[in-house]
Design a protein around this ligand. Structure first.
Ligand code: M6R
Length: 612
């Protein structure tokens, strides 16, 4: 979704901001723009399309400036176009603003401004807000900072905004509520961005701005205030991230790099937590919540997309290991159906980005009802992590490809740790099974490395089926959510229609789709459902469907039935999903690439969905 970048300091600001916008391209966007103060004059350049197109458009212009703001816009109010791109300007042309988020009461504000003679050139809520600030500034004869503070008290919605003011050429103003904002603190310079990726190459010292805070920045000064104008102390943290983590490192795409990083990222998600030799499991972020967890009446997992699929796998794990009922909710639905949440319920919010608006809103509503919230997040310091009462980071490192891969397997590993930890505390697992599962989990990174060796074979299968119009993905038990995830990956990356189903449910409807043109991907590793899945494969073959099966090594039965097989190492069914999803990620990747699509930035998608 929208990305913001800004710079103020001793360097030329434009190259810093353009490079930063390129770092944020992974978030998904459809137009882009920058504002800078050149020779004291406010200049705004913006364009529909990619950052490279903006660069071409600006070539030859005098861009000298030590202060600049930039934006990548993912359209909400108004189509992607030059005029709707940010920055948006005030009516007097003195203020320029970039904005992430949505101003929900913009229609009312616009009506008021129109009655006062304001004219608008875009369809955006952002232009309304900057006009509103200017209106307050001129009617109250106050500073931009003061006008912003007054305006924000009227604003309903979520935002990060950055403002440059022609009359204050050495000051940048930023404000946040509900959308992320990171400030990089350098020597005589400051960097601002939606996440740390545009900042990391300049400084590792960062401040995460909190909701309802306003930052007033000069090259060598950072003042943080709350909305009541009280000074806040900025908490400077050290970024635990290397530049290499956000570069492609020789791979053709971030997605492929991230798929191949999984042996390491799964290991990282277990590191310091799992000690199979000693039979020990440590989850510091859950320690003080363990009594409540083991006595929970119910665990409710809220998440979206791929993280929701991780939640579904966790439902199987936790119910089996802990004998606690688990419900997995689409965060977007949970909030608005007035759910019954009470004492004894524990909410687990699962999110890669930690910024997904639907998940945040679901958490807030559960919190209001008195529930305890635990977070399973990848991005340290993210909004979801901060709203949680406790939790476990997944430590998969920055995920740049829009299609989530390594974050998913890290979520599965961490959710498995959580299930085991609760089961241990509750005494709902035997010592032998506990130890066996610790050993199994410890072995997962090596088995994932073996599964990745199937890359070329998977590519050949992708070439065979890339022109199919639809795909069906089927699995049972722990592999059912993996079928859903496989289908989602294919949809996102290749734009081929794909559906995931529990394998047995297929005969209650989707079987009508089966003919010789339909590839059906079975996630059919050896588990308690195996014989039943074999029958389901027969049902598809009897109707001439093409079967691609992910199977366990040594499986002669499905090998003899399927059109194509992908063989993964044997593992306990509880950890099998972390391995069986690997070939599905590769299949989607190769089909997308073979179709000539931009797999890292699929159309219409955003990496973190910060609007409801
Ligand atoms: O950052 P989150 O995990 O909260 O994001 C949730 C979904 O938006 C995300 O998983 C989305 O479905 C991905 N594009 C999946 O690849």
């Amino acid at each position: 979704m929208c990305g913001i970048v800004a710079y103020i300091g001793h360097r030329e600001a434009y190259p810093v901001v353009i490079k930063g916008l390129k770092r944020l391209e992974y978030r998904g966007y459809d137009s882009t723009g920058v504002a800078l103060l050149n020779g004291g004059n406010l200049k705004v350049y913006k364009k529909k399309g990619k950052v490279a197109e903006l660069e071409d458009y600006i070539t030859g212009k005098d861009l000298k400036s030590h202060i600049a703001i930039g934006h990548t816009r993912w359209a909400t109010h108004g189509e992607p176009s030059d005029r709707n791109a940010h920055p948006q300007m005030s009516g007097d042309g003195k203020l320029a603003m970039v904005h992430n988020g949505i101003i929900e009461n913009y229609t009312q504000l616009k009506k008021e401004l129109l009655s006062k003679g304001h004219q608008f050139t875009s369809d955006t809520d952002t232009e309304v807000l900057i006009h509103f600030i200017q209106e307050i500034k001129s009617s109250n004869q106050c500073s931009t900072e003061e006008a912003l503070r007054i305006a924000l008290k009227r604003v309903v919605g979520a935002y990060v905004i950055l403002i440059v003011d022609e009359d204050n050429p050495d000051t940048l103003i930023a404000a946040r509520k509900g959308s992320p904002l990171v400030i990089g603190v350098g020597k005589g310079e400051h960097f601002l961005a939606s996440d740390a990726s545009p900042i990391i190459e300049y400084t590792k010292e960062v401040v995460y701005v909190n909701d309802y805070e306003i930052a007033i920045l000069k090259a060598d000064e950072l003042i943080l205030k709350n909305i009541s104008n009280e000074i806040q102390t900025p908490y400077i943290q050290k970024l635990d991230m290397e530049l290499a983590a956000i570069e492609k490192g020789g791979y053709d795409h971030f997605m492929l790099k991230e798929v191949f990083e999984q042996p390491q990222t799964i290991f990282d998600s277990l590191r310091g937590r799992l000690d199979a030799k000693a039979g020990k499991l440590t989850l510091g972020g859950l320690r003080e919540h363990m009594d409540m967890l083991k006595d929970a009446n119910r665990i409710i997992i809220v998440a979206c997309g791929t993280s929701w699929h991780a939640g579904l796998v966790a439902e199987y794990m936790i119910e089996e290991l802990c004998r606690i009922p688990v419900e997995v909710e689409y965060a977007s639905e949970f909030r608005y159906r007035n759910p019954v949440v009470g004492k004894g319920d524990v909410i687990i919010a699962v999110s890669q980005s930690g910024e997904t608006a639907d998940t945040l809103v679901a958490m807030e509503s559960a919190k209001e009802k008195g529930a305890i919230i635990l977070g399973v997040c990848n991005v340290v310091g993210s909004s979801i992590a901060r709203l949680s009462n406790g939790g476990v980071y997944t430590h998969a490192g920055p995920e740049i490809g829009v299609a989530s891969t390594k974050a998913f397997t890290a979520q599965l590993a961490v959710l498995c740790l959580i299930g085991l930890k609760i089961a241990e505390a509750k005494g709902s697992i035997t010592g032998q099974r506990f130890q066996h599962l610790l050993d199994e989990l410890e072995g997962v990174p090596d088995k994932v490395a073996i599964a990745l060796k199937l890359n070329d074979q998977t590519k050949a299968i992708a070439a065979k089926y890339k022109d199919a119009r639809d795909f069906l993905y089927l699995g049972r038990g722990y592999n059912f959510p993996i079928a859903l995830e496989g289908a989602l990956k294919l949809k996102e990356i290749s734009y081929i229609h794909a559906e995931g189903y529990p394998a047995a449910e297929m005969k209650h409807g989707p079987i009508a789709l089966v003919d010789e043109n339909l590839p059906v991907v079975f996630v059919a590793t050896k588990d308690r459902y195996y014989d039943k899945v074999v029958s389901n494969i027969q049902e598809i073959k009897a109707r001439k469907g093409k079967v691609i099966a992910v199977i366990t090594e040594g499986d002669q039965i499905i090998s003899g039935m399927a059109d194509d097989v992908i063989i993964v190492p044997e593992s306990d069914e509880l950890v099998a999903p972390i391995i069986s999803v690997i070939p599905l990620q590769l299949l989607a990747y190769h089909i997308g690439v073979l179709k000539g699509l931009d797999v890292d930035k699929p159309r219409n998608l955003a990496k973190s969905v910060t609007v409801e």
